[in-house]
Design a protein around this ligand. Structure first.
Ligand code: C2E
Ligand code: MG
Ligand code: MG
Ligand code: MG
Length: 288
């Protein structure tokens, strides 16, 4: 537990509202406060979404986007999902957070489509707890009905690690989602422990190579070999492959040369508030 505390405090140090101290009480207090605040954050409208474009490596055009949750705390300021998502997972609040994110991403995407933008798919991150629920696909179906978004414009991202717990149930949920017409991605691929035999069983469309490998492709020969192998693996399994965390042109060139399909990263765009994301969307031609 001390390790966990240190981890939290190191991250929080960046935001200057908690300084590292080995005092476990302070860590405990911090957690209780944040947990209580998170409970109310949804009703107080403190959560919002940013969108990061996904880009086609070959054409350079946008091909979808990922919704990333943001929490603007009234006193503590911006709290990153890297901090509050793990806490939400431990406390069970993640169900409400992920449901809010799903609804808002579907609502916003449907609004863009109705406003005449060329439709793009929006990807939503879903925690292990949620993908393992037997009623998760029903929840997604209900949200699609409520918002009017067609299922082909929704994608669900689950991390490699989360689908390695309770795998049979995850596969059933993923099959239900696929039957609905929703796309599925394995996120942070390469950081977990899935075996090739499992990868074959997952009814997925995309593999997202974790940014840790992408960051190393130019200077670490083992990272560049791993990324090449992952791209070939995706091809062999008839999956499309996305590189996360592309920060410069040289890395993009590496991906072009090695046949990666899509990328995301600061080189093209950081995650953007909806008004900014909207500017990157293409208005459909009007012939009237
Ligand atoms: P992820 O789904 O793997 O998202 C990628 C993270 O990398 C995002 O961080 C994104 O802002 C960041 N990123 C994108 N491009 C670059 C780049 O070029 N360089 C660098 N250094 N970073 C880049 P973010 O938004 O802080 O989210 C962190 C993680 O929190 C996400 O990882 C995801 O696992 C989780 N998360 C975010 N939103 C949600 C949500 O709505 N629900 C759940 N369950 N988890 C979420
Ligand atoms: Mg993701
Ligand atoms: Mg990822
Ligand atoms: Mg990640």
């Amino acid at each position: 537990c001390a390790n966990v505390a240190m981890h939290y405090c190191k991250q929080n140090g960046r935001h200057n509202f908690l300084f590292y101290t080995p005092d476990m009480n302070q860590y405990h207090d911090y957690r209780i406060t944040i947990e209580g605040d998170l409970r109310e954050a949804i009703s107080r409208n403190e959560l919002h979404l940013n969108y990061q474009p996904k880009v086609n490596v070959k054409t350079g055009f946008i091909s979808g986007m990922e919704a990333l949750v943001r929490w603007n705390h009234p006193e503590k300021g911006f709290i990153s999902p890297g901090e509050f998502i793990p806490l939400a997972e431990e406390t069970g609040l993640i169900t409400q957070v992920d449901e809010w994110v799903l609804k808002e991403a579907c609502r916003q995407n449907q609004e863009w489509i109705e406003d005449g933008y060329a439709p793009e798919r929006v990807a939503v991150n879903v925690s292990a707890n949620e993908i393992q629920r037997t009623d998760f696909a029903d929840k997604v179906r209900r949200i699609l009905d409520e918002t009017g978004l067609a299922p082909q414009f929704l994608e669900i991202e689950v991390t490699e690690n989360s689908v390695m717990q309770n795998t049979d149930q995850c596969i059933r949920t993923m099959q239900d989602l696929k039957a609905l017409g929703v796309s599925l991605s394995i996120d942070d691929f390469g950081t977990g422990y899935s075996s090739l035999s499992y990868l074959r069983k997952f009814p997925i469309h995309y593999l997202k190579i974790d940014q840790a490998f992408i960051k190393g492709v130019l200077h670490d020969p083992s990272d560049s070999e791993i990324v090449k192998v992952m791209i070939q693996l995706a091809e062999a399994f008839k999956l499309e492959v996305i590189a996360e965390g592309v920060e410069n042109e040289e890395v993009l060139h590496f991906l072009i040369e090695n046949g990666c399909d899509y990328y995301q990263g600061y080189y093209f765009s950081k995650p953007l508030p909806p008004e900014e994301m909207e500017k990157s969307l293409v208005k459909k031609q009007s012939y009237s």
